[in-house]
Design a protein around this ligand. Sequence first.
Ligand SMILES: [Zn+2]
Length: 451
Amino acid sequence: MSQRVVLSQTESVCPICLKKITADRVKRGEAVFMEKTCAEHGFFEVEVWGGHLSYEDWDRIKEPSTPVNPATSVEHGCPFDCGLCPAHRQHSCCVLLEITERCNLGCPICFASSGDAADDPPIGSLLDTMRDLLTRGGPLNIQLSGGEPSVRDDVPRIIQEGKKMGHPFFQLNTNGIRLAEEEGYAQSLSDAGLDCVFLQFDGVTDEVYRQIRGRDLFDIKKKAIEACQKAGIGVVLVPTLCHGVNIGEIGQILRFAAEHIPTVTGVHFQPMTFAGRYPKGAPVNRFTLSHLLYEIEKQTGGEMKMTDFSPAEAENAYCSFSGSFLVDRDNTFRAKAAGKKSSCGCGSPLPKAADRASQARAYVAKAWKGTARTRPLKSVSASDTASLDDFLDTLNNRQLAISAMTFMDAWNLDLDRLRDCYIHIADGHRLIPFCAYNLSAQNGKTLYRHK
Ligand SMILES: [Zn+2]
């Protein structure tokens, strides 16, 4: 029996009644669990960190940077006052704008529980929200999300208008079906100014898509990437990782990304959460960030090492990690910079806490924007040209940003992490941290979504 040590305390909620309760972070062996007890509903435990890396060593101090012009006040305490409230410790970096609840897939796993035939918000109200964001720490990076955002026909116009009012970076979170199937669609998005496609990409076999998304999709993914390549849009592959389904494809996903640079600019892993359509409870053992780091090292044969990655600077260390890699001619990986130089899906190494989110915005725009890459110089003496071109080409065009973000659900919600969150969902005038917005009790009751 391994030793049990209480490391620290935090706050969470009861997954049954969503009442706020205290929670212990408990080390058992090398793994760390959250343990908590609701007076009414009993004891809950969930793994929050696997044993492959030291939980304590991974931590780093995050300097708080309070929200600009908070839309709500502190009344019931975190997580019940999100808007943001003045007690939040991080202003916005990435804002998700959900432009539809409709979807053309109906996946077995979906945090948005989308697919219902609800009316889309009118473009006028979306533009109002984007205008309001300019007063709440904007201009911002906007992620158009859903549902499946491409089911709306006015996405190009939303991007055009948003750019006109000053938001510098637009990303489309999509399953890629419309990109793959509709000739000219990618080009219309590119013409409108779209900077990056966040492509659901769960694996390199149809079996994975059948299990997670309910149908074969691998060909669709390849066609979507081809369309983006022609239109000059950078693509970030976004795998949702599920135990027993696609953990074994992590290495192959990274190789696939290497084969598709420079159009594919990064891979952003998201371990699955148990919100939305997960009413029956959640497993104790989870695929955590430390498990993911271990699998990346193992499945790339050590070309990527756990120590090549570091926690994001602009948010809580236990929410995400990132690393930067060069892809050699034979598609092997080399770490670009080791140590604490860092960026999450959205972060970067920054001098001042107050500037972190804005510099993170600049970083993600630069790292993920396909068209920003330059061609190698063609000069210097003839004998050196080949190797220098090669070197510059690798530096400029053969980079991959590898990152991960692990969202929280009612079982593992840690309010220390939630207060540091900078991925926010725009809901009218309010900005709700992603994990608060998608939080749901076992019976499906939510705090924010559909309220
Ligand atoms: Zn309870």
